[in-house]
Design a protein around this ligand. Sequence first.
Ligand SMILES: Cc1cc2nc3c(=O)[nH]c(=O)nc-3n(C[C@H](O)[C@H](O)[C@H](O)COP(=O)(O)OP(=O)(O)OC[C@H]3O[C@@H](n4cnc5c(N)ncnc54)[C@H](O)[C@@H]3O)c2cc1C
Ligand SMILES: Cc1cc2nc3c(=O)[nH]c(=O)nc-3n(C[C@H](O)[C@H](O)[C@H](O)COP(=O)(O)O)c2cc1C
Length: 463
Amino acid sequence: MNWTHDPTRLALLAGLALCYALVCLAPWRQARGKRAAARAASAALALDQRGDPPWLVAYASQTGNAELLAEQTAATLRLAGIGVRLATLDQVTRDDLQRSERILFLVSTYGEGDPPDNAAVFASRVLAGAPAPSGLSLPHLHYAVLALGDHDYQQFCGFGRTLDTWLAAHGAAPLFARIEVDRSAEAPIAAWRQQLSHLAGTSDAPDWSGPGFTDWRLAARHLLNGGSAGAPLYHLELEPAAGALPDWQSGDLVQVAAPSEPDRPREYSIASLPQDGRVHLLVRLHRHPDGSAGLVSGWLTGTAAVGSSLPLRLRPHRRFRLEDNAQRPLILIGNGSGIAGLRGHLKARVLAGQRDNWLVFGERNAGADSHYHAEIAAWQASGHLPRLDMVFSRDQPQREYVQDRLRHHAALLADWVGRGAALYVCGSLSGMASGVDQALEAVLGRPALDALAAAGRYRRDVY
Ligand SMILES: Cc1cc2nc3c(=O)[nH]c(=O)nc-3n(C[C@H](O)[C@H](O)[C@H](O)COP(=O)(O)OP(=O)(O)OC[C@H]3O[C@@H](n4cnc5c(N)ncnc54)[C@H](O)[C@@H]3O)c2cc1C
Ligand SMILES: Cc1cc2nc3c(=O)[nH]c(=O)nc-3n(C[C@H](O)[C@H](O)[C@H](O)COP(=O)(O)O)c2cc1C
């Protein structure tokens, strides 16, 4: 009998062949896994002839979106065995531009088309003099730009566009056309990932999805500034609708998504510590020019009922955390709802027994706008707040703001910075933070202020 006509034998033979194939493939599969791991490990060591990793991933980020995408970009390249240096744009020198062959830029835009804080020095030292300062020619450089922004601003992706134009004007060659991301939209980020996989020659990519929104219960809300000349400011307390309270650090943010605009969450600075048992926020009711309430602030301060639940997620805000500054003297500067981020830090300092704190805080009238005055008075009494400057702009004929008070205390400010102090600024970008920046420049000098920023001793949560 021809055994190839016996179905039982055929099945047996097929089974044996499959087992044999699996046995043979097992070492190959193992080796493949090991090779991938080895590629990733050696990526960290892969250097070019000058001793640098061959790819540079440079980011400019204020609240962390571009930073996270840059980390994910670097991780994807490393997984493909490519050596990568990850740096803020301020850490990138003209020399880096002249020597590098491949740079991926991930940059957001602030102010009105301005660079984020960790690209300000790069913008003034490298980009200034655009379009073509003499002596810089980059024909060897291949680059790509992922620009983050928000279409509501006039200068959409302004800084990313400026950077791209500048690079092209200096002879650098784009690896692919600039990709622009409107409010963290998913499609352009997917396009960036696809280009990256193509460049790296890999389909392996680590998970890029961030933590999702979960339901939180609005546990308490009260008005902080009844009778104020300013817009209503509310203290809110939130707790997870289910499960344990997650961890965070002072300086971190939350994002709240309104049901009517879930794809465009708003950021709020956390004003409490996990030890408080709840997330505290300070939300100012925003009004549009036509008098209607801001979408999310109107909802949080009015429409949303106490006891109802809302979608929220915590966002690490590394650029505003205490980190290495935990042991330094701290100068906390802010106005209005900016007391939120400063209160978080003060609470952390009190908990750590750190007494070297100076708060410079501005509002309109002492009568209506002394937010958290009992708490602040208690910190003064316990010695945790040895210097306090409450600056009420409208309580005297001559208007006075925090930046004026800083200039007034120039010698003391210089002395604190000389003793190693770090500066934290929280609140409005246009009214306060730019004035404070100018006052600090007047007292300390721009080079010293830039050096403080580069060392992480000048940090801002401004909006
Ligand atoms: C890092 C960071 C931290 C922040 N921390 C705080 C905080 O601690 N406390 C706080 O109160 N806020 C904070 N904010 C601001 C907050 O995120 C929101 O921007 C603010 O609450 C306004 O949002 P809204 O939805 O109420 O207003 P929106 O409805 O978004 O209105 C805001 C602006 O959008 C435009 N706009 C939108 N719709 C219209 C319309 N129909 N007509 C005219 N103009 C329109 C206008 O320019 C308007 O001024 C922070 C922001 C950032 C980036
Ligand atoms: C105060 C402020 C100013 C902004 N200015 C602009 C702007 O001029 N143009 C723009 O496209 N986006 C602007 N944005 C939007 C940010 O670029 C966008 O939210 C981006 O995702 C932030 O990324 P990051 O977290 O890396 O800083 C601004 C955002 C804030 C809070």
